[in-house]
Design a protein around this ligand. Structure first.
Ligand SMILES: CCCCCCCCCC(=O)SCCNC(=O)CCNC(=O)[C@H](O)C(C)(C)COP(=O)(O)OP(=O)(O)OC[C@H]1O[C@@H](n2cnc3c(N)ncnc32)[C@H](O)[C@@H]1OP(=O)(O)O
Length: 140
């Protein structure tokens, strides 16, 4: 799963996070190690990085069902700071699947099982025509 130049998961994006997402049934998960280059405040992972990882996980849930979606809404609760040197696990699963709208919940926890952030997303399924209009070229 994935696209080479995706900022979060792409192998070939030199500026990207290179998070590798895996499927487990209808859920998806990835690990991420927070480094100095990911911070906002000293020692604290930037909320935008946390948000990008959760957003990506939410997009991988429909992708795992062979559906191409965009995020229509994303609500995030930042519970505890992710600190430099921590490794977190990001997980997401569908809570409701309609023809056009997939609801997804995602979490980020550290290795001690502490909840760092959670998210709820509304993912809108794109038709082939919408994908073409947006210039999204899906890889085989
Ligand atoms: C490599 C691995 C893959 C991962 C890569 C990507 C991961 C990252 C994912 C993203 O971050 S994608 C980028 C961020 N998102 C966007 O840029 C989306 C920008 N917004 C849009 O393109 C459009 O607003 C959108 C496609 C979401 C909706 O446009 P439409 O013109 O298709 O919606 P329309 O107004 O026709 O509504 C269609 C249906 O969706 C519903 N809808 C639209 N927006 C909604 C919303 N926000 N919440 C709930 N429902 C919504 C709407 O009510 C309606 O329902 P019905 O069909 O029942 O009438």
């Amino acid at each position: 799963m994935g696209y080479d130049y995706c900022f979060v998961c792409g192998d070939k994006n030199p500026h990207g996070l290179k998070a590798k997402f895996n499927a487990d049934g209808d859920s998806v998960w990835a690990s991420f190690h927070c480094e100095e280059r990911h911070i906002g405040w000293p020692n604290v992972q930037h909320g935008g990085i946390t948000s990008a990882l959760l957003d990506e996980a939410c997009a991988y849930v429909p992708l795992n069902m062979d559906l191409v979606t965009v995020t229509a809404e994303l609500n995030i609760s930042f519970k505890t700071p992710v600190q430099v040197g921590e490794t977190v696990r990001i997980e997401a699963h569908p809570t409701k699947v309609n023809k056009r709208l997939i609801l997804v919940e995602a979490t980020m926890v550290n290795q001690a099982g502490e909840l760092k952030a959670s998210a709820q997303a509304k993912m809108l399924v794109l038709s082939k025509t919408q994908q073409a209009a947006m210039g999204i070229e899906t890889q085989a």
